[in-house]
Ligand binder design. Structure first.
Ligand SMILES: Nc1nc2c(ncn2[C@@H]2O[C@H](COP(=O)(O)OP(=O)(O)OP(=O)(O)O)[C@@H](O)[C@H]2O)c(=O)[nH]1
Ligand SMILES: [Mg+2]
Length: 136
């Protein structure tokens, strides 16, 4: 959940709390006085130390709720794309200008994971984000 610190900044009309477009910006608890009788406590976002299953962790990672440096970004991207292919194929194809028919046909003929990689490559190509591996 985001916006705890932003919310307190706004209603206190002070900008005393640090906010940021990434998880884990607030690191310690801090009381902010709104009026003589009201104080609000800003706290770091709290997540369970351990997730019951990988799916919960992945879903949180997709939304940016988990710090990047403890994640394998390539793995997250792969599972997000797999989720989108399964659940939001039309939107995915229209965003990246891919042929929905073509992806569906591939899904019938090939292994699903293979199709995910192919779609990932097609998106990379469409965005001009593929680089040559020959330098490695
Ligand atoms: N669109 C939108 N963005 C918001 C809103 N409130 C906060 N944000 C943005 O969300 C991001 C996170 O906001 P924070 O206030 O730092 O969130 P937080 O809950 O304090 O997060 P942590 O301290 O890291 O646990 C910032 O980039 C804010 O600008 C809102 O109401 N709408
Ligand atoms: Mg905060």
């Amino acid at each position: 959940m985001y916006g705890k610190s932003s919310f307190i900044n706004r209603i206190s009309k002070k900008n005393s709390l640090e906010v940021g477009n990434r998880p884990g910006v607030t690191t310690k608890k801090q009381w902010i006085r709104l009026s003589k009788n009201i104080e609000l406590l800003d706290t770091p976002g709290v997540l369970w130390p351990k997730f019951e299953n990988d799916e919960i962790g992945l879903n949180l990672a997709f939304t940016g709720a988990i710090k990047d440096d403890i994640l394998d970004i390539e793995e997250i991207a792969f599972y997000l794309l797999k989720y989108l292919i399964t659940n939001e194929l039309r939107l995915l194809c229209s965003k990246y200008n891919l042929s929905e028919e073509d992806v569906k046909k591939r899904l019938e003929e090939q292994d699903e994971n293979e199709v995910v990689i192919e779609v990932q490559e097609a998106i990379g190509r469409a965005k001009g984000a593929l680089i040559s591996r020959t330098a490695e």
